[in-house]
Each structure stands twice: as structure tokens, then as C-alpha cells.
Design a protein around this ligand. Structure first.
Ligand code: PAN
Ligand code: ZN
Length: 181
């Protein structure tokens, strides 16, 4: 099976499934709940979209997902993915940044943390059991590909409960990692 990705806009062809994530879908992930509520009164902003393709074979299934994060911030905190840990603790993932700039946050949610600076061309292996979240710190679209096993599963609840160790804010127009207590 061969797919085509337009690196300028992150459009995948063919693409059987597109999942939009609006601010209301990741409301709890942003720190400033008052600002979130104010924005939601005006508009339910589209933060990112996931374009998904499952590769099904007789013996082992993989999935490819292309994520397009639109630029912007909420209460100074840059637009980001919801973030999750794989349900299966033996399932890694490979992320490839196609366009844009930002950070990949990796967190065990048990004290270990890494922030990987990202730009077009960066490839990162996400080990099993590490929660992962991508932040768009640029003024343009951030596009990345994720490749993982279809059976990996996505645990969003644990991220909502424990939270990542750092948040990424725009401070004087530049990204700053702020430790969460
Ligand atoms: C990715 C993510 C995608 C969207 O395909 O699912 O970037 O992020 P959230 O799932 O955190 O909303 C992946 O890591 N799959 O396993
Ligand atoms: Zn994942």
C-alpha cells in the first residue's frame, strides 16, 4: 500500500478517516480554564486534525497518523495535542516532523521527562510507557507523522489526571518550558 503526503499542508491521500480535535475536546488539558471558557463562549476553535490510515495484513497491523496542529495559543500556552500513553506497555512509536517547529514532550508521568526540540526533518522514537505530546510553537502549521501498532491503545485519562511535568508558554514571543508543581 502506498500513500501520498503533501508536506506543505499535511494532506494524506488516500485517507479513510479524519478526526478533528476542537478546543472543547481538550479543554481540560490547558492550564488557564478561565481563558478556555471565555474562548469557548465565542468559538470552538479547531486546534488540530488527525488523518489516519490503518495498514492491515494477515499477521500484524500497523497504523499511520498524520497530525496537523494549527498555530496559536490559549492563555499563553501554545496549541498542542491532547497527549496520551499507549495502553499496552510494550508499544513504542516513531514520530517524524514534516513541517513546522515546536517540541515533543515525553513523560513517564512518574518523574522522568524530556522535551525534544522539533523542526522539519526531526525523527524521534518514543519508547513504550512514555506519554507523548506535541507542541506547535511556530507561526505556521506543524505537521508530523506517527507510526504505531494498531493494538497500542490510547490512554488519555492518565494524562488528564497526572499531567505532563512541563507546559510550554510563549514568553516575550519565545517558547519557555514551565515546570508544573
Ligand atoms: C498520534 C496521536 C496524534 C494526536 O497518532 O494520536 O498525534 O494526538 P492525541 O492522540 O494525543 O490527541 C499517536 O501518538 N498515536 O499513537
Ligand atoms: Zn501514540
Amino acid at each position: 500500500m502506498t500513500l501520498t503526503l503533501d508536506p506543505e499542508n499535511g494532506i494524506l491521500d488516500p485517507c479513510p478517516q479524519i478526526t478533528p480535535r476542537y478546543l472543547s475536546d481538550l479543554k481540560m488539558m490547558f492550564k488557564d480554564q478561565q481563558v478556555v471558557d471565555e474562548i469557548l463562549k465565542e468559538e470552538n476553535r479547531l486546534i488540530y486534525e488527525i488523518r489516519y490510515y490503518p495498514f492491515r495484513t494477515s499477521k500484524s497491523d500497523m497504523a499511520l497518523a498524520v497530525t496537523r496542529i494549527f498555530p496559536g495559543s490559549i492563555g499563553g500556552e501554545y496549541h498542542m495535542t491532547k497527549g496520551h500513553k499507549h495502553e499496552r506497555d510494550d508499544q513504542p512509536e516513531v514520530y517524524y516532523c514534516v513541517k513546522g517547529e515546536g517540541f515533543l514532550l515525553l513523560d513517564t508521568l512518574e518523574g522522568e521527562f524530556q522535551a525534544i526540540p522539533w523542526r522539519a526533518g526531526t525523527i524521534t522514537h518514543i519508547p513504550p510507557m512514555w506519554a507523548h505530546r506535541v507542541i506547535n510553537t511556530g507561526t505556521d502549521l506543524l505537521v508530523f507523522i506517527g507510526v504505531f501498532h494498531l493494538s497500542a491503545g490510547h490512554d488519555y485519562e492518565i494524562v488528564a489526571q497526572k499531567g505532563f511535568s512541563y507546559r510550554v508558554y510563549a514568553v516575550d514571543g519565545k517558547p519557555a518550558l514551565i515546570r508544573q508543581t
